[in-house]
Design a protein around this ligand. Structure first.
Ligand SMILES: O=C(O)c1ccccc1N[C@@H]1O[C@H](COP(=O)(O)O)[C@@H](O)[C@H]1O
Length: 214
């Protein structure tokens, strides 16, 4: 089964080129200073000049205010806003309306009940649902922790919103993850890095090939 791929945490020209040349469908810029993948506004502005319109530019935020969103949208020419904190359905709808861009809401999963509860609140409100694992207790990041969840929780599920699978994906497990979950999109950060915050071109290519079933 083939699917679309977002490579998140793009913070260097090398990483952007590796992802684009391997066939990524979306690139993610992390606008969250505690993350090792954080990118400055200037950094995003420089990288984004090289990204063709056919590749989605996704900005990742954690409970960001309107001014921060606006500055990042302008710098990165963003197409999609990924809200990876505790943003309410009302805030998701407000951001969509205010900025006129697609919004992706990250949802932390460990049980089927987590999926049901999130779907009842965000399905059809956000353009994309992003199913990620619950962060470990000792992590200061709500995502990007290389932790996966039970993909069978998503088997046979369908949603009004488009959706992505994330959390602990890597070149060796992504084909199984797509087959089991039926995900139309996958999103990866840690699994295609050589060290925290530094992407590995070989792993990016292997990941995209495996996800797309080349
Ligand atoms: O990547 C980060 O540093 C990050 C920081 C804060 C929130 C989310 C973050 N990343 C997102 O987390 C998931 C899973 O990442 P991983 O592949 O397990 O490392 C993914 O959606 C990233 O976009």
């Amino acid at each position: 089964m083939s699917c679309l791929v977002k490579i998140c945490g793009i913070n260097s020209e090398d990483a952007a080129i590796a992802a684009m040349s391997a066939g990524a469908d979306a690139l993610g810029y992390v606008f969250f200073p505690p993350s090792p993948r954080h990118i400055s506004l200037n950094g995003a502005a420089t990288l984004t000049e090289r990204v063709p319109d056919s590749i989605l530019k996704v900005g990742l935020f954690v409970e960001a205010g309107d001014a921060a969103l606006e500055n990042a949208i302008r710098a990165g020419h963003l197409d999609v806003l990924q809200l990876h904190g505790k943003e309410s359905p009302e805030r998701v709808a407000e951001v969509k309306e205010k900025f006129g861009l697609r919004v992706m809401k990250a949802i932390s999963i460990s049980t089927a009940a987590d999926i049901d509860s999130a779907a009842s609140k965000y399905d059809g409100v956000a353009d994309f649902l992003l199913f990620d694992a619950k962060p470990p207790k000792n992590s200061n990041l709500p995502g990007g922790n290389a932790v996966s969840f039970d993909w069978t929780l998503l088997t046979g599920r369908s949603f009004t919103s488009n959706w992505m699978l994330a959390g602990g994906l890597d070149p060796d497990n992504v084909a199984d993850a797509v087959r089991i979950s039926g995900a139309p999109w996958v999103d990866v950060s840690s699994g295609v890095e050589k060290t925290k915050g530094v992407k590995d071109a070989r792993k990016i290519a292997d990941f995209i090939h495996a996800a797309k079933g080349y």
